[in-house]
Design a protein around this ligand. Structure first.
Ligand code: XBP
Ligand code: MG
Length: 238
């Protein structure tokens, strides 16, 4: 693929733009305490639970194989608990508690300098993205992204392709002219199912996973941002 054919960068958020997962986990814990639940999602358990995308879906899945965990929440109660968790997460990141990962700002700058469209395809909510990116990129951050599609705006969350298909439709671009930046296997599968090439940036929770089918796997996005754009494209699309 030539430089001219690459037209858009599509960012995943959690794990890709910032290492948010510890703060999501902390917000879940605070919500469990607030609702009087004796649930403890330690790091190992959370790693397993992260294979389920979406906070509400993660809670539902946690309950299903654990009949002995005490309260079994119905969907309305799960939604209430998750609203509390979302508010806690927003306050945890609001003061800049979760900076962008290395290379993210440079990738945004490179894309803008080359007139590439920027987009976001995330499983989390738009309000969580706003809470995270306002301290990192300023209150006008949303103006940087031509398209933003969040988890609750589609029928099926990742690994289904829905968020990516909606992004492509809104961008009006073919999948092959876009590049998705992801950190998880579910994200990789979602973008691949939409036909979009993917580069994986290894994150804290998915650092040792296999990412078969990714165009590239980097430790962080400085590995892409520090290369010349021609190198990036020729390295990815040889
Ligand atoms: C992110 C998720 C989300 C977050 C929590 O996955 O799966 O569920 O963990 O956010 P990805 P919510 O990075 O692949 O988009 O609690 O708002 O769902
Ligand atoms: Mg992610």
């Amino acid at each position: 693929m030539s430089v001219e054919r690459l037209r858009a960068l599509i960012f995943d958020v959690d794990g890709t733009m910032a290492e948010t997962k510890e703060l999501h986990s902390q917000a879940f814990s605070e919500a469990f305490s607030h609702f009087g639940l004796q649930w403890h999602w330690d790091r190992e358990l959370y790693r397993v639970l992260l294979t389920v995308t979406g906070g509400k879906e993660r809670i539902a899945r946690y309950q299903s194989p654990h009949p002995d965990i005490g309260a079994k929440l119905d969907p309305a109660r799960i939604a209430e608990l998750h609203r509390f968790k979302t508010a806690r997460y927003a306050s945890l990141v609001a003061g800049g508690g979760c900076p962008l990962r290395p290379g993210v700002a440079q990738m945004i700058d490179m894309a803008r300098a080359r007139d590439l469209a920027l987009a976001i395809a995330t499983t989390t909510s738009r309000e969580n993205v706003d809470a995270l990116l306002t301290p990192a990129l300023g209150s006008t951050w949303a103006g940087l992204f031509r398209v933003i599609v969040a988890g609750d705006e589609v029928a099926k969350k990742k690994p289904a392709p829905d968020v990516y298909l909606n992004v492509l439709a809104a961008l009006g671009l073919p999948a092959g002219s876009c590049l998705a930046l992801e950190d998880s296997r579910n994200g990789l599968l979602a973008a691949q199912s939409a036909g979009i090439p993917v580069v994986i940036t290894r994150s804290m929770y998915f650092g040792d996973e296999m990412f078969d089918g990714a165009l590239g796997v980097v430790g962080d996005l400085t590995e892409l941002a520090l290369k010349s754009w021609d190198d990036v494209c020729s390295g990815l699309y040889h």
